[in-house]
Design a protein around this ligand. Sequence first.
Ligand SMILES: [Zn+2]
Length: 351
Amino acid sequence: MAQQAEIQKKDAATAERYSRQILFRGIGEAGQRRLAATRMAIVGCGATGSALAGLLARAGVGTLRIIDRDYVEASNLQRQSLFDESDARESLPKAIAAERKIAAFNSQIKVEAKVDDLVPANIQALLEGMDLILDGTDNFETRYLINDYAVERSIPWIYSAAVGSYGVTLNVIPGETACLACIFPNSPRGMVETCETSGILNSAVNLVASIAATEAIKFAVGGKDAPTFRRTLLSFDVWTNDRAEISAAKPRAGCRTCGERDFIHLAGEGRPHITLCGRNSVQIHERQRPIDFVELNRRLQPHGAVRHNDFVLKFWRDPYEMTLFPDGRAIIKGTTDTAVARSLYARYVGS
Ligand SMILES: [Zn+2]
């Protein structure tokens, strides 16, 4: 009986929390239950990922798996809405900071934080069991990888991108609509401008995330055949008010990915283990190499400033700043020369 009462109390609290959303005709009580039963992955938790995670967590998506390779910095705070100054001071991994922040405003949902770089070798483990994948990344390489995986496994996903004052988003329903490679057979060169080179308006990010999160909610409530689940590529510019929408209802004939099912990104051949990752920095993820932070902290003391918490170890040696994760992955700031990054890593961490 006590247990019964406890369940009723919990149900009432849930109904109260989501009452304004349940009142909305498109969702209702049944829709809210479907949201609670849905599992979504958000790949990348920067500006777009933060906004997506914040909206979807508050809306009551039952399971959110947040995958991010990076840590919080002060320059993120202008637009990455889940983080605050203390996260930046601690250099918390974004996935961990996001999990903590969400727990503070919605402890009823499950958040799975994954501090990792999504690559062909781990994509299955990281995206397994998800009903929908959302793009919070900042690069086409990862988007093509997600597209390959989603098309191969027939898992719907939502592409979102924002740079400057411009945002663009697309729902991909494998086997039905155009996939990312139907629309952009090759990485769009004109769009290689990034937040580092062109800056970004937080409002452009939030708009694209709002649209994508709404599409995700429609999908959770009504499935891929929900009548209002968008089948176009939608783009807009919040500064000029330009807006465009092109049909993506059908795959492009001869698409290498969804037509020929040639998943070159998933095969990951020739994929470098050392990559540029924006912000004048290089990432090293050569192999899994578990690191003992206490031991390394002691070893690095004579060579520069060093500190660590459970999630990252930071080491400063002018003009470089090295951030290490427990699995041995590193982000080295202060250079875009992979050879320099590799030698720093070899010298201070090991080869
Ligand atoms: Zn395609």
